[in-house]
Design a protein around this ligand. Structure first.
Ligand SMILES: NC(=O)c1ccc[n+]([C@@H]2O[C@H](COP(=O)([O-])OP(=O)(O)OC[C@H]3O[C@@H](n4cnc5c(N)ncnc54)[C@H](OP(=O)(O)O)[C@@H]3O)[C@@H](O)[C@H]2O)c1
Length: 259
């Protein structure tokens, strides 16, 4: 209620959407202020979910995206804020990412320990599925250049992914390559597994968001990890069929990469 500013306004808002609110499953989009996260919020709203986005700054989120979104203030380094935001959640989408190589919000604390906090809270809440947006290169060669320039970010993302895969919640891990701000539904998409060898075309944040929302409920995404790239040679909506052919995660994932 705190996020609406007044109990009266909250009551009006809740009344106006009461039918769908009570019927809908709740999706919490962590990192809802990222360009990927906000696209996922909009698509999940359109799909009829009851959506809560998270941010560390309510004022910044409302200034940027307006007040028609329900926001919860969450710093994933603080388990209490995560637990509170996940109360009543049926599904989680995480679009978080560290943007600072050093300091308190470095990859170790966000992309690994923060993900651990989210997974623990999701399991405690018995959520139906957790969709984690990670990155191509996570789980790949530890000598990836990004690890050298950004405090082993791909290693920390990989460890965060693995904590999710090993947990009791159904999961989908999406590993996009480079991201663009192009509109979604325009370019073909290639979904592959453990294929990080060559430089691939970027994929749009809007398409990552679309696949994230699709994967909340699709059986084709259950317990799957895959890389995602742009591919002009593929039909725009061909990814739904490709998803069906991807393999489920093997719990005996290869050994932890050396740092
Ligand atoms: N950029 C690329 O080319 C690329 C490539 C591959 C994968 N990815 C990954 O794809 C995902 C989405 O990327 P993007 O570029 O759309 O988003 P982004 O700009 O990296 O946004 C990061 C998000 O993380 C949140 N965040 C950061 N620290 C947090 C903390 N301690 N607690 C809670 N939230 C925190 C921020 O929210 P607030 O600031 O509002 O709290 C923000 O919404 C990320 O996981 C990113 O690493 C990006």
């Amino acid at each position: 209620m705190k996020m609406f500013g007044s109990a009266l306004l909250a009551a009006v808002l809740l009344t106006s959407v009461a039918g769908s609110l009570h019927a809908a499953d709740r999706v919490v989009v962590v990192g809802g202020t990222s360009k990927t996260g906000i696209a996922a919020i909009r698509l999940a709203q359109e799909a009829g979910y009851d959506v809560v986005g998270t941010t560390r700054s309510l004022r910044r989120a409302q200034e940027r995206y307006g007040s028609d979104i329900k926001w919860a203030v969450v710093d994933i380094k603080d388990p209490a804020t995560v637990k509170a935001a996940f109360d009543g959640a049926d599904y989680i989408i995480s679009s978080i990412g560290s943007l600072e190589p050093t300091g308190d919000n470095r990859p170790e604390n966000v992309d690994y320990k923060g993900v651990v906090n989210m997974v623990d809270a999701a399991i405690a809440q018995n959520v139906k599925r957790f969709v984690l947006i990670s990155s191509a290169g996570a789980g790949g060669d530890v000598r990836n250049r990004l690890n050298f320039i950004f405090s082993n970010i791909l290693v920390w993302k990989w460890l965060g992914e693995d904590y999710l895969r090993d947990g009791a919640t159904e999961s989908t891990v999406i590993r996009p390559g480079g991201l663009s701000d192009e509109p979604g539904g325009v370019m073909g998409i290639d979904l592959v597994q453990m294929d990080v060898g060559a430089t691939r075309p970027r994929t749009s944040r809007a398409d990552v968001a679309a696949i994230s929302v699709h994967c909340l409920s699709s059986p084709d995404c259950k317990n799957k990890t895959f890389e995602m790239y742009g591919d002009v040679g593929r039909p725009v909506d061909g990814w739904k069929d490709v998803l069906k052919s991807l393999k489920e995660d093997d719990v005996t994932f290869e050994a932890m990469p050396q740092r």
